[in-house]
Ligand binder design. Structure first.
Ligand SMILES: C[S@@+](CC[C@H](N)C(=O)[O-])C[C@H]1O[C@@H](n2cnc3c(N)ncnc32)[C@H](O)[C@@H]1O
Length: 208
């Protein structure tokens, strides 16, 4: 999935600040269990964006084993909240265990079910939305969640360069899905967007 030069990627990982044992263990757990997670570079980016925007109420779509949720939970602790949604019961169990180990049970609330069913039921307004689910729901999840994002809030989505294929105009269904997603989010009224070419491409949008 290298979208920049390998030597640049290697450098970014070499210079990445160390993580605590729990995050390191989760990185290994994801690696050996083939669970796709954002990894330490995007984790740090999310943390910095959440902290610098002084986000207090965060919505995440796609929990997996709780890795990105823990980066976000640490950014809003001790008083903020992260609501995170996943439909996979086995992954949710592992996420809850990891969240407990991080002592963030009071900060991170995991909602179980299909995000497209849960999103319309949420009543809160969020400071930051992080989207990292299956890609076929990206556009619908964006349309539902952007309504819940406050003005001045951040909409962030992972995998938006899709291994670089979106830039090559790839014809696969998922590449076309991501091309459409990037175009619609970038054209959304009042949304200031940029794709950061980190790892697999992180779209950062500011709702003005
Ligand atoms: C890429 S993983 C999330 C990784 C996580 N954000 C991290 O970096 O630690 C995507 C997750 O989204 C969940 N997911 C996919 N489609 C979903 C949907 N329609 N509703 C809820 N969860 C969904 C999957 O079960 C999977 O665990």
């Amino acid at each position: 999935m290298a979208i920049t030069y390998d030597y640049i990627d290697d450098y970014l990982y070499r210079i990445a600040q160390p993580r605590d044992l729990l995050l390191q263990k989760m990185e290994e757990e994801a690696d050996t269990g083939a669970v796709p997670i954002i990894g330490p570079l995007v984790g740090r980016l999310l943390y910095n964006l959440a902290r610098s925007s002084q986000s207090k109420n965060i919505l995440e779509i796609g929990t997996a084993i709780g890795y990105s949720g823990i980066w976000l939970g640490r950014a809003v602790a001790p008083k903020g909240l992260v609501t995170t949604i996943d439909k996979d019961p086995e992954r949710i169990k592992r996420a809850e265990k990891n969240i407990a180990e991080a002592k963030l049970q009071k900060i991170i609330k995991v909602l179980k079910g299909d995000a497209l069913h849960i999103l319309p039921t949420l009543k809160d307004e969020y400071d930051l939305v992080f989207l990292d689910s299956d890609k076929d729901i990206y556009l619908d999840a964006f349309k539902l969640s952007v309504k819940k994002l406050r003005k001045g809030g951040l909409f962030i989505a992972d995998n938006t360069l899709w291994g670089g294929d979106v830039a090559k105009g790839g014809k696969s269904e998922l590449t076309q899905t991501m091309i459409k997603f990037n175009k619609e989010v970038s054209g959304y009224p009042g949304m200031s967007t940029v794709i950061v070419p980190l790892r697999d491409g992180v779209l950062v949008g500011l709702k003005e």
